[in-house]
Design a protein around this ligand. Structure first.
Ligand code: ATP
Ligand code: MG
Length: 417
């Protein structure tokens, strides 16, 4: 086979590694996650916002921390035709913080925001881990009170419950303390891990001086043996930080949201302070974190803005959808079998009216007229309607169960010839 063979069809392009085309039950579960999120965020009065999928690279490098995995290894960065370095967003928060500053959204503070959409990370693709994935995301900007943390966590809990996946998912909660607590903890971690430096993974040896908290978040078994005995934040918490955390847990208890303390929980990004949390399951193998977030009081300052306390979370839609499983499609209310082509316009009119009345409806109007009734009968609709011609007029026959009298009257009224 030579390259020059003139009539050879070009090879079909393949999808990019780590991306997915989602269809069928998976797509239904995906939509169910987004719809549930949209419904619940309205109950909590979170406002929708849409941000661009790409930003200047500095938006992410400055806010996430240069030494984090996301910035150092996972970003899709490129130069555009104008020579500017841009990055496909690997997470929502930095772009939201940028938008908050550039649009003067401070005037709305405290601002409760919700969004969802695609994110991009150059990771090793596996089940539950993709290079393009999707998140639902909720943030409260300009709120320094622990009640904001509580509200976000209670909303997350309600979303998981309404998705029907709360069983087996636990809320793991930690505090990273305020700046001084965190600094003292950091110094203790450096001392502790330095004694084991040679046995740590290469990545963690590098993290040791720059970013020792990161070692606690490592998935490498060589690091994990040391995390259990590492110094805990509790010994370094200031009274203020302890009080803040106490108010968060008291609020969760008041709302009836179960949580467990996870003293080694740190988050993958550097901007967190005080509350940090993850909703975790053991039903998704290694990709067990479905939702994660925390307080990021220092982030907006890092982007050159005024001191602005804020807290938020994000959850992977694909991972949530995997837990949701097969929801099946919503039942079809009515199928029309059109048995006479002369009545096509009549049938189109009635089909449209049914749908405008809020009923799901399909029509079978192609193929052999004799077979249409059988074909329609196999579609599993609650009601099967045949439209045929008798004495030159439309004859409508309705079969199948109906749910209630008002509905029956509505359908009969619409379908009357
Ligand atoms: P992990 O520890 O699994 O890498 P992370 O800490 O990097 O997660 P976050 O940045 O906190 O994840 O993102 C929040 C959520 O987004 C995760 O809990 C997960 O549900 C989802 N998520 C993150 N990265 C991916 C990915 N590559 N593919 C699919 N979902 C992802
Ligand atoms: Mg990650």
């Amino acid at each position: 086979m030579t390259k020059e063979t003139p009539k050879q069809a070009p090879a079909t392009p393949q999808a990019i590694r780590g991306t997915q085309d989602i269809f069928g039950p998976d797509a239904e579960a995906f939509a169910f996650v987004v719809e549930t999120f949209e419904r619940v965020r309205r109950l909590y009065r979170f406002r929708r916002a849409e941000m661009p999928v790409f930003e200047k690279t500095t938006v992410f490098s400055r806010s996430l921390g240069e030494t984090t995995d996301v910035v150092s290894k996972e970003m899709y960065s490129f130069e555009d035709r104008g020579g500017e370095s841009l990055t496909l967003r690997p997470e929502f928060t930095a772009g939201i913080a940028r938008a908050y500053l550039t649009n003067g959204w401070q005037q709305h503070a405290p601002l409760k925001l919700a969004t969802h959409g695609p994110l991009f990370r150059y990771e090793r693709p596996q089940k539950g881990r993709y290079r393009q994935f999707h998140q639902i995301d909720a943030e409260i900007l300009g709120a320094g009170e622990p009640q904001a943390d509580v509200e976000l966590l209670v909303m997350a809990d309600q979303i998981l419950k309404e998705l029907g996946i709360a069983d087996g998912v636990t809320l793991q909660l930690n505090t990273l303390g305020d700046a001084s607590s965190r600094e003292a903890w950091r110094a203790a971690l450096v001392d502790y891990f330095r004694a084991h430096k040679a046995e740590l993974s290469e990545d963690s040896q590098e993290r040791l001086e720059k970013n020792p908290l990161r070692i606690l978040d490592s998935k490498d078994p060589r690091d994990k043996v040391f995390t259990a005995d590492a110094p805990m934040i509790d010994a370094f918490l200031s009274d203020e930080a302890q009080d803040f955390f106490g108010k968060v847990t008291a609020g969760l208890d008041a709302a009836g949201v179960a949580w467990t303390r996870a003293p080694t929980l740190v988050r993958g990004l550097d901007y967190y302070r005080h509350t940090a949390f993850e909703f975790v399951t053991d039903r998704l193998g290694a990709q067990g974190t479905v939702l994660g977030g925390g307080r990021y009081d220092g982030l907006i300052e890092a982007l050159g803005g005024p001191h602005t306390p804020a807290v938020g979370w994000a959850a992977g839609i694909e991972r949530l959808a995997m837990l949701v499983g097969d929801k099946g499609e919503a039942p079809l209310d009515i199928v029309i079998a059109l048995e006479s082509d002369a009545l096509l316009e009549f049938a189109i009119n009635r089909l449209t009216q049914l749908r405008r009345a809020g009923l799901s409806a399909e029509m079978v109007a192609s193929g052999s007229p004799k077979k249409r009734f059988d074909k329609a009968g196999k579609m599993g609709a609650l009601q099967l309607v045949s439209i045929s011609e008798r004495d030159g007029k439309a004859f409508v026959n309705i079969r199948g169960e109906n749910r209630d009298a008002a509905r029956t009257a509505l359908i009969n009224g619409i379908l009357a010839p």
